[in-house]
Design a protein around this ligand. Structure first.
Ligand SMILES: [Zn+2]
Length: 230
């Protein structure tokens, strides 16, 4: 234990104040739109980290679409760390996710809606710090331009939950694609175990209903698509 007895009372007060200010500024320095190591762990003990979740679920501003889905709540309940990443597009710290190095056979499903997203055989160790896949289960993953303007964000095609980002051209596997996925966005179901039933997004159900209400339109399209015999 270090001896501080040579400091006077005023000096000790100054040091305590300086340490306190440093702590406050470190917390403010973290980007607000990104969830990192500190956000998921420190949020439990640091009061100033938690409001972003409460703030974005507040009724004082117009909620985003995926928050509306959360409010209607047909999906699995998420804890705070899961909400940070899945609903608020955060990123878990590299290497901390439970699935970064897993190789067991099975299926990775969406934590929020149980939709099967990735097969273990498409997983590879990229050493980037997050679980990596070079292919997805057909139609399970939707790509969209990230808010940063240059990366491609990947979300669950059913519930819209944030998964991570997809990169091309790195030549890490023959498919030349890397889905960089947050472990916390997924749940691993080992081979041989029954997959839970996916929870269909009500908004997509409505869309499908609307499409099926227009059989005439579909018939015309089919007729037009018929080969002419030439
Ligand atoms: Zn989902």
């Amino acid at each position: 234990m270090r001896d501080f007895s040579h400091f006077g009372g005023k000096q000790l007060l100054r040091i305590t104040f300086a340490l306190g200010m440093a702590f406050v500024f470190c917390g403010c320095g973290a980007p607000t739109g990104t969830v990192n190591a500190d956000d998921s762990t420190a949020s439990e003990s640091t009061a100033d980290k938690t409001p972003s979740v409460k703030k974005t679920t507040s009724s004082t501003r117009k909620p985003r679409r995926y928050e509306l889905n959360m409010d209607s709540s047909p999906f699995n309940k998420l804890n705070e760390a899961e909400q940070y990443v899945i609903l608020h597009k955060g990123t878990e710290p590299p290497g901390d996710g439970g699935y970064t190095l897993t190789k067991d056979p099975g299926t990775y499903i969406c934590k929020r809606c149980n939709t099967p997203l990735y097969r273990a055989e498409d997983k590879f160790i990229s050493h980037c710090g997050w679980p990596s896949f070079d292919d997805e289960i057909k139609d399970a993953v939707k790509r969209q331009r990230d808010a940063d303007g240059y990366r491609i964000e990947i979300v669950c095609a059913n519930c819209g939950g944030h998964l991570g980002h997809v990169f091309h051209g790195e030549r890490l596997t023959p498919k030349n694609t890397r889905h960089c996925v947050n472990s916390i966005s997924m749940k691993f179901i080992p081979e041989g175990k029954e997959l839970p039933k996916p929870i269909k997004n009500p908004a997509l159900k409505e869309k499908e209903k609307a499409t099926s209400r227009k059989p005439e339109a579909a018939k015309v399209e089919k007729e037009e698509a018929k080969p002419t015999g030439k």
